[in-house]
Every structure is written in C-alpha cells, then in structure tokens.
Design a protein around this ligand. Structure first.
Ligand code: NAP
Ligand code: GDD
Length: 365
C-alpha cells in the first residue's frame, strides 16, 4: 500500500500544529513549510520536531520556485494549504501582501502540483473562511449562501475559493475548500479577540494588567474548537467526491458574551454599563473598570453576524460539530492562560534569583 504523505503550508500556525498531530497519529509522513524569521517562532510545533515522520522545509507562499521544488521533492498525496496572512484587521494595513499570500499563493500551490504532474494523485485542501459571507446576505450561512466579502482578507480568500473550484473543473483535480467559521484554542494567536480576552482575564485576575481594551462588543461569531476542526479538513479530503463544506458549530455568541464567561472562569464577575464606545465591563466585587472600548480596534468594515449551518458536514462527513461546546472552549482557554501567566511569573522570579546570585558572586557587576 502506498504511503500517505501530507504537505502542510502554515504548519507553524494554530491549525497547522493540530493538523500535524492529527495526521502523525494516523501514520502519515508529514512535511511542513516554514519561513525564515529573525526570531524563531516554532513554539506550537516544537514538541513535534525530531519525530521520525515529521519534516520541516524552508519555502514561502510568495516564492513559486520554492513551492514547485518542494512539491517535486516531497511528492505529497495530500496538500493542506493553511498558510495565510490570517488577521482581518491587519489586511486593511497590508492589503497587497495579504492578496499575494492568501489569493495568488493558492494559485502557486495549484500550479506547483500541475508542474510536477501530480494533479491526478495529489488532493488539495484549501483553508477557506466564513469571512467570504462578510456583509451577510442570510443567517445562518450554508454552502449555498451568496458571498459578500467585506475586507481585503476576505476578497483575497474569495479568489482562493474560486481558483480551487476552477482547477477542480478545468483539470479534474481533487481540490476542495473548507469554509471554516472561527475556531479557537490555547494555541490561538494572541491578537485574535478570544485569546486577547482569555489572556487579559488571566492577567487581570493575577494583578498583572488593569484593563482590557476591545473594539466591537456586539459582533457575533460562531466559535468552535480548532482541535475538532482539523479532523474535518482531513475528512473533506477522504470524501468520495471533491466538494466544499461549511464547518461550524451552529451556535452564535457576541464578543461581550465571550468576555463575560472568560472573566467568570478567571474569578471575576462582570457587570456591563454604557453603550458603544462608552461601554464598560465592571468588576462587580471591586467596582473597577476592567474592560473598556477603544476605537483603535474598530475596523473600516466589520463582519458582525457569522453563524454557520454545519448540516452538510454532519450528514456527509459524519462530523460532530458539538464535540466541544462554547462553554468548554472558553473554560479550557482561560484555564490554560491562568497557568501560562502564573508560569511567566515563576520564570521571572527564577531570572531575578539568578541575577541576585550572580551579583553576589561578582559575575555581574
Ligand atoms: P495562523 O495561526 O495565523 O497561521 C498562519 C500560518 O501561515 C503560519 O504558519 C504562518 O507562518 C503561515 N504563513 C503566513 N504567511 C506565509 C508565507 N508567506 N509563506 C509561508 N507561510 C506563511 O492561522 P490559523 O488560525 O492556523 O488558520 C489557518 C488557515 O485557516 C489560514 O489560512 C486562515 O486564514 C484560515 N482560517 C482560519 C480560521 C480560524 O478561525 N482560525 C477560520 C477560517 C479560516 P509564520 O508562523 O511564519 O507566521
Ligand atoms: N481582533 C480583535 N481585537 N477583534 C475584536 C476586538 C479586538 O480587540 N474587539 C472586538 N473584536 C471583533 C472584531 O471586530 C470581529 O468582529 C470579531 O471580534 C472577531 O475578530 P477576530 O478574533 O480578529 O477574528 P475574525 O473573525 O476577524 O477573523 C478570524 O476568523 C475568520 C473566520 O471567520 C480569523 O481567524 C480569520 O483568519 C478567519 O478567516
């Protein structure tokens, strides 16, 4: 039997790290693309390095030559294209880079597969997004809901979605998009709203931060757990026919609800007062303002009503969208961040102790 060989772009990201673990556990040979950086941010996959079936290679989504060479060398049977400039707000500041990586990058992967004559043997998963629904035209959103992208990020991802569909039809390739709604975890980037909240709640509860500043508190999201969602990426490629799927929990909450629950798990009960930019989250026990609104986090256009209908994934892939509930997700993220903040303190104490010892011994003057 031929070996399953996966190539993951975006392996150092939240999803790439969970997907690597998932595929390694299934016996895959896993290859990941990393890019050169002056500081080494491989924290999420550090525990996998050295695993016999896990290999990392330098390449970049903006560099066709590197992708063509790598696909030729690895000869993957499945490619998971997760690499992206994935922050919506940042896409307003860096729209051209976002388009290059998130739109043209998808084309580069498809052409790398064709150039190596692998189009009939290599399946491709494209990390598409609920941001395509943008200024939503119906709720909840399913595979038939019209797209209305509402940020440079979403417009770039729309190109990715259509070029995948085009190559499927033009060249009979097994390439599919997972239209994934927001999914979070202990490994979520720290500037996405959920992680920003859970880290701040942990710091405020331990007296390390006074106040958390957020943008639009009314924004609605369908938040799931990233570890559950990577299974779906794999299931999409194991389906008999190449198709696109909505992946979501089917449950919607506001940013304010997420914050209320996160602070609760950090031991702080919040009371909300005021409206719009004047709204405040107040610690009921102390009367202190611990959450405030800053216009810095408002977006030129904001997507405010994402709510996915995962019926097709449930029926055709047998996937369980409720494996981890919203309540469990918030709790596990807060617990993780409470421990992380406490550990940072412990590490700082050890550094201080070392310095004192060095000073005493005259090693440091
Ligand atoms: P993430 O944590 O931001 O990871 C993004 C990955 O892309 C990182 O490994 C990053 O590498 C890599 N990357 C960025 N630019 C690159 C380039 N020019 N060349 C090579 N690699 C590059 O994102 P995520 O949350 O795991 O999401 C994975 C994918 O799913 C993304 O495409 C995202 O747009 C999409 N998506 C995410 C969600 C969600 O809620 N998480 C929902 C729908 C769709 P560095 O570590 O070097 O920066
Ligand atoms: N980041 C951030 N920071 N968002 C905030 C803040 C804040 O301080 N305050 C309110 N928000 C609101 C945003 O305006 C948005 O409406 C919502 O919270 C979620 O923002 P993010 O967590 O940054 O995620 P996103 O929905 O824009 O994008 C994520 O999900 C997409 C899928 O729907 C990313 O992971 C994308 O890559 C992904 O495609």
């Amino acid at each position: 039997m031929s070996k399953n060989i996966a190539l993951i772009t975006g392996v150092t990201g939240q999803d790439g790290s969970y997907l690597s673990e998932f595929l390694l556990a299934k016996g895959y040979e896993v290859h990941g693309i990393i890019r050169r950086s002056s500081v080494d941010y491989r924290e999420r996959i550090a525990h996998l390095e050295g695993t016999p079936n896990f290999h990392l290679h330098y390449a970049d989504m903006g560099d066709s030559m590197s992708l063509v060479k790598l696909v030729g060398k690895v000869q993957p049977t499945e490619i998971y294209n997760l690499a992206a400039q994935s922050h919506v707000q940042v896409s307003f500041d860096a729209p051209e880079f976002t388009a290059d990586v998130d739109a043209v990058g998808v084309l580069r992967i498809l052409e790398a597969v064709r150039t190596n004559h692998l189009e009939q043997s290599c399946k491709i998963y494209q990390a598409s997004t609920s941001e395509l629904y943008g200024k939503v035209e119906e709720v909840p959103q399913n595979e038939k809901t019209p797209f209305h992208p509402y940020s440079p990020y979403a417009v770039a991802k729309l190109y990715g979605f259509w070029i995948i569909k085009e190559y499927r039809e033009a060249y009979n390739m097994f390439c599919c998009s997972g239209i994934l709604f927001n999914h979070e975890s202990e490994r979520r980037g720290e500037t996405f709203v959920t992680r920003k909240i859970t880290l701040a709640a942990a710091r405020i509860a331990q007296g390390k931060q006074d106040c958390l500043y957020l943008g639009n508190l009314d924004s609605l999201r369908d938040w799931g757990y990233a570890k559950d969602y990577v299974e779906c990426m794999w299931l999409i490629l194991q389906h008999d026919t190449p198709e696109d799927f909505v992946i979501a929990t089917g449950v919607q909450h506001t940013v304010r609800e997420f914050a209320t629950l996160a602070f609760h798990h950090a031991g702080i009960e919040l009371r909300w007062e005021g409206e719009g930019v004047n709204e405040k989250g107040i610690d009921v026990a102390t009367g202190k303002v611990v959450v405030a609104v800053s216009e810095d986090f408002y977006r030129p256009t904001d997507v405010v009503n994402l709510w996915g209908d995962p019926t097709k994934a449930k029926k055709e892939l047998g996937w369980n969208p409720q494996a981890t509930s919203f309540e469990q997700l918030v709790e596990l993220m807060v617990k993780h961040d409470i421990a992380k903040v406490a550990a940072e303190d412990a590490a700082a104490n050890i550094r201080t102790m070392n310095l004192a010892e060095f000073l005493e011994k005259g090693i440091v003057k």
